[in-house]
Design a protein around this ligand. Structure first.
Ligand SMILES: [Mn+2]
Length: 392
């Protein structure tokens, strides 16, 4: 009997996502890329001779997918007959009437959990796989039976490798409830399983351990937007009694990044555009062209220069996959000049300027800092909306 098994753990593919936040041509590319990443994961199963593929929910973006799409998924699984596939439907692809999991005929190597937490025995692998299904878009009461501990169901040996595949939200910190199947670390620990493959959180976690149970989120393998940044993948490796060896294999085709770019001191659109392009090219090198960037412009610029974010976005989109640009620059103003200005702003600067001189004379450092902050915020409010984080 095998003492360890080779597995692949994925989740949250969200196949069939429309990618509607991207421009149409880009969205079409991403739809294609997402499918190719799915096929790559299936290929990894074949190449690594995975005995079990665990899919911890949200394989589909929505319950309604076209029959062509179900056919494509089913065919892909048919092509890895030596891998047993276990799917625990999530909040995006709950097991409901007429859903593809119920309506389609799935190949014999695929098991879709359809309700309460239950075991499936793979006697040829000396393994038991436990899973459950979301039955609607929310689940507050939880799919985890209280005080659960793995057992050897009929047909299984007492030394079987025990796996859990489940979609849900791991409660951390002070959080005590969730609308997406709350899972407690203590529940995982008590389960005494060898590995718990989790889905729902789109950023992967490292493989952690509680008691003798290893567990991880594998994350969404192909980003659907800027809230899913950086390289993404699946867990691949072995699970045995008391030893889990999983490596995170990157599979995504394109990276999305969110970052601040300082354009401090730039005073024309051209200088700014050149600086931003140079900055991104230097930082991301060969990845730059293929990636997507959501950038926030920061730093101080002359008050008579208002960055044209739409033009900068267009310039970026000519060179990389996608770009979004937000302006959070502040106005660069010389207070001494401003105090002479005949305007409300000039009066404001004069009042604060006098107070600052008094504070300097009194050596009151705290007051100076406070006045400088008030000056910065006050001047910014004459220019543009003041944001809370400007208060530094
Ligand atoms: Mn998801």
């Amino acid at each position: 009997m095998p003492r360890k098994i080779r597995i692949v753990h994925t989740a949250d593919l969200h196949l069939g996502s429309p990618f509607s936040t991207l421009p149409a041509a880009r969205a079409a590319m991403r739809r294609d890329e997402q499918w190719r990443t799915f096929y790559d994961i299936v290929s990894i199963c074949r190449e690594r001779k995975a005995q079990i593929l665990l899919i911890a929910g949200d394989l589909l973006d929505a319950v309604r997918i076209s029959s062509e799409q179900s056919r494509a998924i089913i065919r892909a699984f048919t092509e890895i007959p030596d891998t047993r596939v276990f799917i625990s439907p999530g909040n995006h692809d709950p097991y409901i009437r007429f859903c593809p999991y119920e309506a389609e005929e799935w190949p014999s190597n695929v098991h879709v959990f359809s309700g309460n937490f239950e075991p499936v025995v793979c006697s040829e692998l000396n393994t038991v796989v436990w899973g459950a299904a979301f039955r609607s878009a929310h689940n507050t009461s939880g799919l985890c039976p209280p005080d659960f501990e793995v057992t050897a169901p009929e047909g299984a040996k007492s030394d079987a490798i025990q796996l859990i595949v489940l979609h849900g939200e791991l409660l951390s910190g002070s959080k005590s409830e969730s609308s997406y199947n709350p899972i407690r670390t203590s529940w995982i620990e008590k389960s005494n399983a060898d590995y718990a493959a989790l889905g729902h959180i789109h950023d992967a976690t490292p493989v952690r351990r509680s008691g003798r149970t290893y567990f991880a989120y594998s994350g969404c393998p192909e980003a659907r937007g800027y809230d899913e940044p950086g390289p993404r993948g699946v867990y691949v490796g072995t699970v045995g009694k008391g030893r889990t060896d999983l490596e995170y294999v990157i599979v995504n085709r394109r990276d999305f990044y969110t970052l601040d770019v300082s354009i401090d001191g730039c005073d024309t659109q051209k200088i700014m555009t050149d600086l931003v392009l140079r900055d991104l090219r230097d930082q991301y090198r060969e990845e730059f062209k293929e990636s997507a960037f959501r950038i926030t412009l920061i730093g101080a610029v002359p008050p008579d220069f208002s960055p044209d974010v739409a033009a900068l976005r267009a310039a970026l989109r000519r060179e990389c996959f996608d770009a979004r640009v937000y302006d959070k620059t502040t106005a660069q103003i010389d207070p001494a000049m401003l105090r002479k200005e005949k305007s409300l702003r000039g009066v404001f600067a004069e009042i604060l300027g006098k107070r600052r001189e008094e504070a300097v004379a009194a050596g009151d450092e705290a007051a100076i800092r406070k006045i400088d902050a008030a000056m910065k915020l006050g001047l910014a409010s004459f220019e543009k909306e003041v944001r809370y984080h400007d208060d530094s």
